[in-house]
Every structure is written in C-alpha cells, then in structure tokens.
Design a protein around this ligand. Structure first.
Ligand SMILES: *[C@@H]1O[C@H](CO)[C@@H](O)[C@H](O)[C@H]1NC(C)=O
Ligand SMILES: *[C@@H]1O[C@H](CO)[C@@H](O)[C@H](O)[C@H]1NC(C)=O
Ligand SMILES: *[C@@H]1O[C@H](CO)[C@@H](O)[C@H](O)[C@H]1NC(C)=O
Ligand SMILES: *[C@@H]1O[C@H](CO)[C@@H](O)[C@H](O)[C@H]1NC(C)=O
Ligand SMILES: *[C@@H]1O[C@H](CO)[C@@H](O)[C@H](O)[C@H]1NC(C)=O
Length: 278
C-alpha cells in the first residue's frame, strides 16, 4: 500500500491540472481502495481460512498433522503454557471450547483443533513488556516429547476495540514444530466508570463477578484456573444444551468412564474433524 500512496502523492504533486494524470490518479485511488482490506493490518496469519488450515500459524506451518499428532500437540501446548504462567506468576484461565472440555472431563475435547485462554488487561501488558517473542522449551516425560514454543504478543493488543476484526487475538503460544497454537485473549473494562463488565475484542462480554474470583482446578493433569461461574459462562456462549447433551461431533460421552468415545458408523470412513467450540 505504501508504494501506491507515494505514487499518488508524486502524481498529485507533479501534475495537478493535467487531465490524463488525473485519470491515472483516480485509477490508482480505486486500486488502493480495492486492495486495502483487513488482511493489511493483520498480525497473526494462518495458511488458510478453512477448518483444516486456520489452526496453524503460517510461519511454522509445513503440513497438516495427523489426528494423533494434533491431540498430542495440543496436550503438550496447554501443559507447557499453564506451567510457564505459573513460573511467570501471571494469572490466566481457560476459556471457550477449552473450558467446555474441562467442564466435561478435565481434558481437551477430542475433536478440538486449538486452545483458548484469557488474561486480564494487566497481564497482557506484562506479557507485551517482559515476555514478548520469547521462546520456551518444554519436556514432558509423560507424553514423551520435547517441544519449543514461541510466545508472541500482538502489537494491536493495546487497541481494545474490535476494529476491522483482523486482530482480535491478543497473543499466541505456538508450537514451532508444526505451527499449532493456543490463543490468548485479554479482557478489559472498556467503560472507564466501572470494572463490572469486562470484554475481549471479539464481542465476548462478561460480568467480572462471573470470572472472578477464579477457581483452582486441574486441566490435562496440571493446575489450571477456571471462571468462578463457569456453567453460566459456558451456557451463555454455547447454550445449556452444551452442558447436558452427550453426543457431539460423532462422539458420545460415556458418563461411567468420564470419556468422549468416537462413534464409528459401519461402512463409513472417518472424516477429518472440524473445529466447533473453539
Ligand atoms: C519416546 O519417543 C521416542 C521417539 O521420539 C521413541 O523412540 C521412544 O520409543 C518413545 N518412548 C516411549 C516410552 O514411548
Ligand atoms: C512482539 O514482538 C514482535 C517481534 O519482535 C513484534 O513484531 C511485535 O510488535 C511485538 N509485540 C508487541 C506487543 O510489542
Ligand atoms: C489496558 O492496559 C493498557 C496498558 O496498561 C492501558 O494503556 C489501557 O488503557 C488498558 N485498557 C483498559 C480498557 O483498561
Ligand atoms: C451481568 O449480570 C446482570 C445481573 O445479574 C445480568 O442482568 C446481565 O445479563 C449479566 N451480563 C452478562 C454479560 O453476563
Ligand atoms: C476425557 O476424555 C478423553 C476422551 O474424550 C480421554 O482421552 C481423557 O483421558 C478423559 N480424561 C479424563 C480425565 O478421564
């Protein structure tokens, strides 16, 4: 865009009253308007917008991962992230589809493709100032893997309005071996007169008293925090049905085992799973 801008400037300066130049100016202006879309300002990029590609960070993406690798990757990401934030002594809690997985059985939903956590505006500022673009290695003897992660904070995280929607994610914790990630979003009180309502940049609004005081729990075997009124928060986002219905995404929840089990329909090939509740 910059070169079109400067071309326009040069033309305007060089030939104010020349009609041919004026036509060229209008053509360039039109091209500028057509080419300027939301991707211009977008900080985090994905290799595609479809369900299979939008869960990877372009910088580290090479190939789609297998189902098994996806689940292993996500388990390692959330553990590494939660342990790291405990080390930093920074407050964070799980949200959206990740919280729904916690609600059912303390684990990632088997069909999920990414992870969501939230932080306060203050934590977001601390991350940007002290921990942006830091790299972290994590070894899990239990999962038998060693992975490296990039903690990357969006420079647009200061801006607390949705804007063009290209920068609603404030930060990412990315597995650099395959590009899969966890999304970090900050919640801030946008009304200067009260902190009762806090919101992210993507129109998720919460009563502060529904989030705080956070509850201590476990997720994927490590300590994790969840919103105080988690059931209310989940029902608002996903409806009450999401808390009671035991069949979703070709899975049944076995209440005795406390596990989602894949329903296999005879004669049908398993299809790649999409990413609802993410
Ligand atoms: C751990 O992973 C390595 C390869 O990364 C493999 O060779 C080894 O057998 C695995 N160990 C266990 C206990 O699964
Ligand atoms: C984080 O670091 C990256 C790389 O240096 C930079 O592009 C980005 O603007 C930084 N984010 C913030 C919030 O400063
Ligand atoms: C969020 O924190 C930043 C940095 O501390 C501050 O500039 C901004 O005003 C805060 N925004 C809100 C809505 O609290
Ligand atoms: C916040 O709480 C009030 C009173 O309990 C309720 O009317 C309102 O719907 C809640 N807002 C949100 C965003 O949950
Ligand atoms: C929750 O269910 C998943 C399968 O959906 C299973 O892999 C996991 O072990 C279960 N978690 C617990 C804590 O039982």
């Amino acid at each position: 865009m910059w070169c079109i801008h400067s071309a326009i400037r040069n033309i305007v300066h060089g030939a104010r009253n020349h009609s041919l130049m004026r036509t060229l100016f209008l053509v360039l202006l039109l091209a500028h308007l057509v080419l300027t879309d939301e991707t211009d300002n977008k900080y985090f990029h994905e290799p595609g917008e479809d369900d299979l590609h939008r869960h990877y960070d372009t910088r580290f993406f090479t190939d789609l991962v297998s189902d098994e690798e996806r689940q292993l990757t996500l388990r390692a990401i959330i553990r590494a992230y939660l342990l790291l934030f405990e080390n930093f002594q920074l407050e964070t809690w799980i949200a959206h589809g990740t919280l729904l997985g916690w609600y059912w059985n303390g684990s990632i939903l088997p069909w999920d493709w990414d992870l969501d956590v939230q932080v306060t505006n203050a934590t977001l500022a601390a991350l940007a100032q002290s921990h942006n673009h830091t790299s972290h290695e994590y070894h899990s003897p239990e999962l038998n893997i060693t992975r490296r992660y990039l903690l990357d904070i969006n420079p647009w995280s200061w801006e607390r309005v949705r804007g063009d929607g290209a920068n609603i994610i404030d930060g990412r914790f990315i597995d650099v071996s395959n590009g899969m990630f966890l999304d970090i979003t900050g919640l801030a009180a946008n009304d200067p007169d009260t902190t009762d309502i806090i919101e992210c940049k993507n129109e998720h609004r919460y009563n502060s008293s529904d989030i705080f005081p956070l509850r201590e729990s476990l997720f994927e075997g490590v300590s994790a925090k969840v919103p105080y009124a988690y059931a209310h928060v989940l029902a608002e986002e996903y409806s009450n049905l999401a808390l009671t219905q035991t069949n979703f995404h070709d899975h049944n929840f076995d209440t005795n085992q406390g596990e989602w089990q894949k329903v296999t329909v005879e004669g049908e090939e398993a299809t790649p799973e999409g990413g609802a509740y993410s």
